[in-house]
Design a protein around this ligand. Structure first.
Ligand SMILES: Cc1cc2nc3c(=O)[nH]c(=O)nc-3n(C[C@H](O)[C@H](O)[C@H](O)COP(=O)(O)OP(=O)(O)OC[C@H]3O[C@@H](n4cnc5c(N)ncnc54)[C@H](O)[C@@H]3O)c2cc1C
Length: 442
């Protein structure tokens, strides 16, 4: 058996790539994951038992050629049917089980490395991955499966001199929702899916104080419908941006916005790739916030809990802009201006939690591996600045403009090329494609 592949990152993408490669007979798979616990990643590892998947079980199979796999697994465990929104921790168990089974069928071929990759360099034989702990792994190819970068805090907050217990720039760090008195005030920056997670965690912990969630537009993720799922469309609609927008609006009025948005799912990547760079840029500038809240929805039960907090007055979701922030003896002083208003509002909070979503711009990345790789020219930011440049086969494009068979990338960092590549239904197809390509090559 031949071929060695080094996978950097053991979240869903990296773990399922390992599974697919072991199944395809690759000789040695090195899976590098700092936590030492593959199969969880940020999405399914940092979760609380009450955090639910935001995709129904019927859409969460790890295998593109067996779309009902997770739903059957869940049902067999008595966890619900294809329409259920399972706990994210249960999904981590599912992915881990896939890896255990693949390893049992290919003994001795997976090497799990509990370390962080610090560099990847091209070699005559393929790629060499440097490890923060000092080791080095030689392989025929390496695959970046490092998920999203941590969020970048708004400059004003980063420079406000707030002590660490007052300002959490990364909401996933341990302690972000700890050590608050039950009636403290909290400011959450961002009103998307991360905010939903953080606010529900606060509620779960018995926090009863006021929470202000603030973003430029104050848009909240919409809820999935409780009834039957919308039908996808198979044909590619018009690729003329203005006509497509009109068509989606008309469909939305006729059949409901969920139908109009979900119908595009199977063809979103094709639409993105058919769009000119100018159209992609305009979509990001003008439509992205609306697309995100309609496309990346939350489970109806999560939506109901959030609405309950809004109706009780505990949670206020507002559109506005931070004007200033400073450190005070009794907390963080914050001024903000509601969208469209002249008056500034002031408040003092015990904590500010940054939920602005992942940092996508590689130029200013706080991720040491990405910084090193941009510096060495092994990767380059994609033209839109929302990830790294890859070709249609997920091969990384270096600073010289060449894509090589020795370095691939998976998941959210490839969204510049694929756009619809942040959730399981799309990543599993990308993973299977890269596994097939790697086993052909090696
Ligand atoms: C909170 C949250 C909830 C989500 N819920 C859903 C959902 O319900 N349904 C859905 O389809 N999608 C969901 N998603 C989308 C999610 O992006 C994908 O489903 C998928 O989990 C992405 O997996 P990944 O492996 O690409 O990234 P991640 O899960 O982020 O995993 C990346 C891994 O890389 C490791 N890593 C990072 N840097 C290095 C390095 N230098 N060296 C070695 N390892 C490194 C990290 O430790 C991490 O384990 C959610 C995302 C988040 C953040």
């Amino acid at each position: 058996m031949t071929g060695q592949v080094a996978i950097i990152g053991g979240g869903f993408s990296g773990t399922m790539l390992a599974v697919q490669l072991l199944r395809r007979g690759i000789g040695r798979v090195s899976l590098i994951e700092p936590s030492g616990k593959p199969g969880r990643g940020l999405a399914y590892g940092a979760a609380h038992p009450t955090h639910l998947l935001n995709v129904r079980a019927g859409g969460m199979s790890a295998y593109p050629d067996d779309p009902g796999h997770f739903a059957r697994w869940l049902e067999w465990r008595g966890g619900g049917d294809a329409a259920a929104f399972a706990p994210r921790l249960v999904y981590a168990e599912y992915v881990q089980e896939q890896l255990r089974e693949a390893v049992a069928n290919a003994p001795g071929r997976l090497e799990l490395i509990e370390d962080e990759a610090s560099d990847v360099a091209a070699t005559a034989a393929g790629a060499a991955v440097g490890l923060a702990g000092g080791g080095r792994i030689e392989a025929d190819a390496a695959v970046l499966a490092i998920g999203n970068s941590p969020p970048k805090p708004p400059r004003m907050l980063a420079e406000a001199g707030l002590p660490p217990e007052r300002f959490f720039a990364d909401p996933w760090l341990p302690g972000a929702t700890d050590r608050l008195a039950s009636d403290d005030a909290v400011l959450v920056i961002g009103t998307g899916l991360t905010m939903v997670d953080v606010v529900l965690l606060l509620e779960q912990r018995g926090f009863a104080g006021p929470i202000l969630a603030l973003s430029r537009r104050g848009l909240l993720p919409r809820s999935h419908a409780a009834g039957p799922q919308p039908q996808p469309r198979s044909e590619l609609p018009t690729t003329v941006a203005s006509a497509l927008l009109r068509e989606v609006r008309e469909q939305g009025e006729a059949a409901g916005w969920r139908q109009a948005v979900d119908a595009l799912r199977p063809v979103t990547q094709d639409l993105w790739q058919a769009a000119t760079p100018d159209v992609r840029g305009r979509f990001l500038r003008h439509l992205r916030p609306w697309w995100d809240v309609h496309r990346h929805r939350i489970a109806p039960e999560i939506h109901a809990r959030l609405q309950g907090m809004i109706e009780s007055g505990q949670l206020r979701v507002a559109a506005g802009k931070l004007v200033s922030a400073d450190s005070r003896p009794d907390g963080a002083g914050v001024s903000w201006r509601p969208r469209g208003a002249n008056e500034v509002e002031h408040l003092t909070v015990a904590r500010i939690i940054n939920c602005t979503g992942p940092e996508a711009d590689m130029h200013g990345s706080s991720d040491p591996l990405l910084r090193t790789l941009v510096g060495s020219g092994a990767i380059r930011p994609d033209p839109l600045g929302i990830g790294i440049d890859v070709d249609n086969e997920s091969r990384v494009v270096g600073a010289d403009g060449r894509a090589r068979n020795s370095l691939f990338a998976l998941g959210p960092i490839t969204r510049g090329t694929f756009w619809e590549i942040v959730a399981v239904p799309d990543i599993r197809t990308q993973v299977a494609g890269v596994a097939a390509r790697l086993s052909e090559l090696h």
